[in-house]
Design a protein around this ligand. Structure first.
Ligand SMILES: C[S@@+](CC[C@H](N)C(=O)[O-])C[C@H]1O[C@@H](n2cnc3c(N)ncnc32)[C@H](O)[C@@H]1O
Length: 218
């Protein structure tokens, strides 16, 4: 019988010390985010970086869409895992963080592989759909209230067998704490149930970082 493991800070450090290594620029983004204070929690965790790297390599993804760039850690991670002729499109509405991310992409020599689209993500997704874009993998990590909209829109931008990865689905563990009935926690719970019941995909929640759901389009 399997047992449930509680991931302490020590275990997390052990995992990071016995897994893939980040590049200098990925570490620089993390240091920069640390300097921002509480907002650094926006970035994905180191083990999530490695998970994205491996899933991109293993699935031979060449065209990736990200919803939620922030200062660029996940975008750069995914771009570095792509082949030289791969492409990553990343969406965010924040001009300032987009500029920071663009500087990191340039520093890491990934500028030519990454296209940043500034604006509300639902509008950008609609434009990508109108133009007939398709992606091999879509990573959703923006405003939680719109997760269901992003997921539904993403399905139109994927072929069969392609993947959607969604961050924060365990919401610091609060999804199982029924005393928590605030809007964000409730919307994550509703989203998780919606995805799990959706016959268009099969899904698995993976307990790394704040929780990743991986969906395969059927
Ligand atoms: C959690 S952060 C993304 C973190 C990033 N994936 C990383 O690992 O560094 C969420 C981002 O979504 C963006 N965002 C929030 N609502 C948005 C919207 N409606 N349209 C586009 N971007 C949005 C925010 O500006 C923020 O940069």
């Amino acid at each position: 019988m399997g047992s449930n493991l509680v991931i302490t800070k020590e275990i997390e450090n052990y995992i990071n010390n016995h897994s893939l290594k980040l590049t200098a620029i990925q570490n620089e983004i993390i240091s920069y985010n640390n300097s921002l204070g509480d907002i650094k929690r926006m970035q994905i965790s180191i083990s999530q970086c490695h998970f994205l790297h491996l899933i991109i390599k293993a699935s031979n993804a060449k065209k990736i869409l990200e919803i939620g760039t922030f200062t660029g850690l996940s975008a750069l991670t995914m771009s570095l895992a792509l082949p030289n002729d791969g492409k990553l499109v990343t969406l965010d509405k924040n001009k300032e963080t987009n500029k920071t991310a663009a500087n990191f992409f340039e520093k890491a020599n990934q500028k030519d592989k990454i296209e940043s689209i500034l604006g509300p993500a639902l509008e950008s997704l609609n434009n990508l759909k109108i133009k007939g874009n398709k992606f091999d993998l879509i990573f959703i990590d923006a405003d939680k209230e719109n997760y269901k909209n992003y997921y539904v829109q993403s399905l139109d931008l994927l072929e069969k067998n392609n993947l959607i990865v969604i961050d924060n689905v365990l919401w610091h563990g609060e999804v199982t704490d029924h005393k928590k009935q605030d809007k964000l926690t409730t919307s994550i719970r509703d989203f998780n149930s919606y995805v799990n019941e959706d016959k268009r995909t099969e899904n698995l929640i993976i307990p790394i970082g704040d929780g990743f759901t991986v969906c395969r389009k059927l």
